[in-house]
Design a protein. Sequence first.
Lengths: 355, 314
Amino acid sequence: MIRIEPRAAPSRLMTVGIPVLSAVVALALAAIPLAFAGAPIFPAYAQMFHGVFGSMFSFSEMLTRATPLIFTGLAAALAFRARLWNIGAEGQLYLGAMAAVAIGTGVLDIPAIFLLPLIITFGAAAGAAGMALPALLKTRFGADEVVTTLLLNFIILIFLQMMLEGPLKDPMGLGWPQSAPILDQGMLPTLMDRMRVHSGLILALVIAAIAQFMLIRSVWGFRLRAVGENAAAARHAGIGVKRSLFGVAIISGGLAGLAGVSEVAGLKGYLTADLSPGFGYTGIVVAMLAGLSPAGVVLAALFIASVFVGADSMSRAMGVSSYLADLVVAMSLLCVLVGGFFARYRITRSVRVAS
Amino acid sequence: MMEILQILLSESFWAASLRIATPLIFGVLGALICEKSGVLNLGIEGIFVAGAMAGWIAVWAGAGLWGGLLFAALAGGFFGLIHALLTVPLGLSQHVSGLGITLFATSVSYFIYRTALPTATSPPRIEPFRPLDLPILSDLPFIGPVLFQQTAMTMLALGMVVLVWYVLNRTALGVALQAVGDNPDSVDAQGLSVYGLRIGAVVAGSALMALGGAFLTMSAFDAFFFGMVNGRGWICIALVIFASWRPGKALLGALLFGAFDALQVRLQTEVGAMVPGQVFLMAPYILSIFALVIAARKADYPRALLTPWFKGQR
């Protein structure tokens, strides 16, 4: 008879090894759609690798792509740790981006040096507000936050289109639904000449380091983990569960808002309705691959960004649809889920002893 | 005020309401079956996409309309089976697995579509389901245009409401299915397979969801577009809670939703100049959140929803 038995504690090797193995398996599984599309398998993988590590420029493109994923990955990881299912990072990202262009395009008459800090603050606050509402509906009315955050993504995207055709529309934009550009002094500086990678990456790394430290070492982090592991026990121990949930909701939304700030004030310079190719949803995959650890989020974001940039390059060179990248990302999520099962349980064949 | 009354009395309004409600009826019933057995299926949004793509491409390849529906249901069942295997015997997080299925089913569908039609800028069209023309029934005043001039898929959806209600409330299978979502231990004690019931429910529910997607490409439109599902799956998840897991109330919820959507389109033409069009586009999603907030407190959740069950562990 086959039995499923919990392991005492997953070993350190497994906590690191399983996500890595899942990523490798998901990449290997990409051979199936590649064969389906009729592409030569090994040259296609070589082209993907070359597309990321082939030149300094392609590597910097990968870092640029990883930047918003670190933010949205952190947003998901922290919320999921408390079992708060924030699936609304996509919408919160756009709220952050809207706040950034709302104050970054020269409507405020303030000294240049204050503009960038103000953009960052307002962007984070807008994202946080976007998650405060579903958190409130959850704690006050018991409305499931999965559904409310998912639906809010659509509401915010339509709101964005309304803003881009109305108050935020660039009067010089030749009628395109796009915002005016952010002033130069409001932009996140680039890190290297002739490359697009910008200081949003530094901000993301610093925040990931702070999040890692706070989660493991601070009272706040302890409470957060306690609420996520067993809310009833946490309540019994005198932890304000609703307050903890609300707090992490604000932080999670704020981080997603920063992803929007970073994309619009670090990369694009102005806002359009296609700023994010699903960074919010991909952030969930990043968080899961990272085992919900902030430090892991950085590595997982680098991996996922490599898949996207590599697959883009391969797609251009070989004519395979770039939806291959989304496929690999989805498969890595499913693989890491299954891998997580084997980290927590072992399957044994128990032999029945004859009495 | 008079305009609204005029709209509400017109048969075209009620016909449109039922048409808009049709994919949601399939989706809500599918989600309801999954959740009754204790498994939340957030794969629904992706399964809608897969059903829309699979049904359409099968018809395009010459399978015929009913062959297309069968193919869509099989595609939905396939993704449902993956979700079921991950969440039932392995007991993994239903939230994360479901989202994974949505990402997976969506990207598989888009990849296959792009690979089959690499250069198509405007998608090829198929001959979709035609409105019914039944003797006598379709010519009845009011009821004829509203009910009997819909396509066969709408009839199928209404039939499914009755079938699902009957199976859940009047058959041994339905009783077992409800029990497995409330108290799996009792089902196990009776010698029934908890795994079997749950996996079966998720596969069947997912096949129904896929028909909702197929309605979009095979009845409402005649082609497949990226992003055409547009949150309909998530709306179904909200409507199941609103319906408190009852097939009859699920139909009512979907119809109310369809009526509201049909009304906002018509109001838009009346007062369109005063309000930006996007306000109306937002309305269905806002309405869903409202429905959720109103229903959440008194919702009669299946008691074992989201709780994995392992054989031999109490």
